[in-house]
Design a protein around this ligand. Structure first.
Ligand code: MUC
Ligand code: MN
Length: 369
């Protein structure tokens, strides 16, 4: 039986300012959920988002209050060994609140997989891979610093895929910044950009033409999330791959984007999809419509990152890799044993459930008072 549901806000400083077109992050607020079951089993989930309300329409505080006040009471007393039934109830009664739903589904599946003594991936159909290539985001705002950071990541064999956050400066300045980094790294790395919706369609045409010429591999969400028609026109105009990120809030968006042939790649995010099972549905739509997959992040800590890793481990084709580096951007670790990054890849945890344990002392020390 589901006995108790708690939510926690943890404010964790980042290792350096992380500059996106919508926000500069100096701190990340982790939103964690703990579900205690009557049989003594505990499950964890995460609903972390980016930049308060700058990035999305759910804030850490709203996620917490909505779970505490409106969603958790619906689950208390339900059978903890039936996560699908519990989530069906929530999805029927609660509108929106994708991040909250994701955290609760993660915690329920973590608990159930622990109960069955299997890794969470095995409740999702089973893993086909144990490691995932991981991109790193260069977003210091300074070209020379970004190049030095990329060189360091190559040296220590942690990342050889780099995503550059652009869209804050003029198209010309951003293109010069990106191409300087690509020239410095050459064929040693895949260089990609994330515009986070900042460009108009005509700016996108100007920018993408130059980025494509300069050997950039992927253009993420160049235009506004709602502008499916513009995204489709860009996809058809250019050879370089165009990825949908903010345009993709779950399976229905995936269907619409596929129907309009609007993207070459989907960034699959468990939070934006509204949970692990809907994220699998997004991936299925992608597979059936010839769209490539990328494992995305909302810069979650170890819980959300492990959950996404379990989801991505079930994808037979993961053509565009992942960006599951969230915990590495934070100055503090909340897991007892950190996730393992080795030889440019994240090792998908193999223990029961998520395969990670929360350090409750750390949790208490970081928890917002
Ligand atoms: O993709 C986003 O828009 C959000 C996030 C993911 C990596 C990163 O640096 O920011
Ligand atoms: Mn993005």
């Amino acid at each position: 039986m589901i006995q108790h549901i708690e939510t926690f806000l943890l404010d964790v400083p980042t290792i350096r300012p992380h500059k996106l077109s919508v926000a500069t992050m100096n701190t990340q607020t982790l939103v964690l959920v703990r579900i205690r079951c009557a049989d003594g089993i505990v499950g964890w989930g995460e609903a972390t988002t980016i930049g308060g309300l700058n990035y999305g329409e759910e804030s850490p505080e709203s996620i917490k209050v909505n779970i505490d006040t409106h969603i958790a009471p619906l689950l208390i007393g339900m059978d903890a060994s039936q996560p699908a039934k519990a989530m069906a109830k929530i999805r029927k009664i609660i509108q929106g609140n994708r991040f909250a739903k994701c955290a609760l589904e993660t915690a329920l599946l973590d608990a159930q997989a622990r109960r069955l003594n299997v890794p969470l991936s095995e409740l999702l159909g089973g893993r086909v891979r144990d490691t995932l290539p991981v991109a790193w985001t260069l977003a210091s705002g300074d070209t020379a610093k970004d190049i030095a950071e990329a060189e360091h990541m190559l040296d220590i064999r942690r990342h050889r895929i780099f995503k550059l956050k652009i869209g804050l400066r003029s198209v010309e300045d951003d293109v010069a910044h990106v191409l300087a980094i690509k020239r410095a790294l050459g064929e040693r790395a895949s260089v990609r950009v994330d515009v986070n919706q900042a460009w108009s369609e005509s700016e996108a045409v100007r920018g993408i033409a130059k980025l494509e010429d300069g050997g950039i591999d992927l253009i993420e969400q160049p235009v506004k999330a709602y502008n499916t028609a513009a995204l489709a026109r860009l996809k058809h105009r250019f050879d370089v791959a165009i990825m949908a990120d903010e345009a993709l809030h779950g399976p229905c968006d995936a269907m619409a984007l596929a129907h309009h042939d609007a993207a070459d790649v989907f960034a699959v995010k468990i939070t934006q999809s509204g949970g692990l099972m809907p994220a699998l549905e997004v991936a299925t739509v992608a597979r059936l419509s010839g769209v490539g997959l990328y494992g995305g992040t909302m810069l979650e800590g170890g819980i959300g990152t492990a959950a996404t890793a379990h989801v991505c481990s079930t994808f037979a084709d993961l053509a565009w890799d992942t960006e599951l580096f969230g915990p590495l951007l934070l100055t503090q670790e909340v897991l007892r044993e950190p996730l393992v990054y080795r030889d440019f890849e994240l090792q998908v945890p193999t223990g029961p459930g998520l395969g990670v344990e929360i350090d409750t002392d750390k949790l208490r020390s970081l928890q917002r008072k």
